[in-house]
Structure formats: C-alpha cells, structure tokens
Write a protein that binds this ligand. Sequence first.
Ligand SMILES: C[S@@+](CC[C@H](N)C(=O)[O-])C[C@H]1O[C@@H](n2cnc3c(N)ncnc32)[C@H](O)[C@@H]1O
Length: 206
Amino acid sequence: MGLQNTDHVLDVGCGIGRTAIALTEVLDKGTYDGFDAVEKGINWCNKHIGKKYPNFKFKFTPIYNDLYNTFSQKAEDFTFPYEDAKFDKVFLFSVFTHMQIPEIKRYLGEISRVLKSDGQCLATFFLYDETRREFGTMPFPHQYEGYRLMDDKVTAANIAVSIPLLNQMAAEAGLKVTTIKGGFWRTDVEKEGADEFQDIVVFNKI
Ligand SMILES: C[S@@+](CC[C@H](N)C(=O)[O-])C[C@H]1O[C@@H](n2cnc3c(N)ncnc32)[C@H](O)[C@@H]1O
C-alpha cells in the first residue's frame, strides 16, 4: 500500500491515537479522520493531536460493545459518519479481531462505501486455515461455520475468521482481498521478518 502525503485516511477504532501519531509525520497535505466507541481516548486525541494538526479529526461514536459499552447503537447497523468515496485509505488495527460476523460484514460494506474507486483498506485479523489442526498461539476453542471464538460468552473478545469466509464477506461488500501477510501469532510465522502480531489483510475496491 503506497501511502501518499496527500491521502485522505480513515482510521476505524482509532483508540488513543497510536496510528494517528505515526501519520502526523506523513500526511502533511492530506487528512486523517479517526472514530472510536470510547470517548476518553477521542478526547485525549483531540486535545493532544487535533489541536496541533488541524487536518487530524477524531470523532466519538457511541456504539454498543459487550466488553465495555452499554450504548444502544449496534455496530451491525452503524453508518460511518462520512460521505461516500471520501477516503483513499482505510485502516483498522486490532478492530475486526473483536467483532462478530454481522458487524464485520456491516463495517466492510461501510468501508467500501467511503472508499474512492481506487481506494484500499488495510486491516488486521486472526485468520485460520480450516484444513489445519493447529494454527496459532491464541486459543479459539469455539468453532462455528467459518469462524472461531476465543470466548462464546463475551463476543467482543477475540475472533478468528476462515479465509473462505473473509473472501466471501469482502466480495459481498464490493471489495477484493489482494494481500494476506501472516502475523507472528501464527505458529508457522517467525517473529523476525513479520510486521505484526495479527495477520494483515489488504482489500481493494472492485
Ligand atoms: C484493540 S483496540 C485498537 C486501537 C487502535 N486501532 C490501535 O491499534 O491502537 C480496539 C479499538 O476499537 C474500538 N472499537 C471497538 N468496537 C468498535 C466499533 N464497533 N467501532 C469503532 N471502534 C470500535 C475500541 O474502543 C478500541 O479503541
């Protein structure tokens, strides 16, 4: 993914500004928008990043989550607060790994809507190969059709998605998986040489 200094970037689940801080070094002529379901992090980002970099904007979006939020808005029917075809790049670091399948489907659809026609999305997942018995260092004991859960009582804990289901959800959203790079959570990936703990997936708009 070639990030340009003029790009318009969306960071979904931007947290406490980890990605935003890195992007302040890059996006001198572009823009950054981030949103998150935890208000405290957004307030911190607006105060410490948004004030200094006026092209960096952070939005609090109250969304239900069974780990820490009781808001009525559900992720599975949430509409991103941005117009169609606004962004060149969309990032989600460690966000899809905490979502249920209907929520992931909804967010992929929204990502497709807000991406420009040549836009790309980079997101991290835990992916697994259904033909293998052992796939990674994280336990996902609860098996469902095309995905596995770490905890079947707390749905916002971690989820692992099978590659066929990932491809199917991308296609339904008007996206295509163009790159998968295994993270070092996998038993077959060495920590040295890997970029991330989680698997990295790049989607292009189709
Ligand atoms: C593991 S943290 C990662 C934060 C950030 N992306 C990073 O890499 O530092 C997951 C983030 O996703 C946010 N989140 C959870 N559910 C969300 C949702 N439905 N929509 C947007 N953000 C969400 C959480 O509040 C949290 O900040």
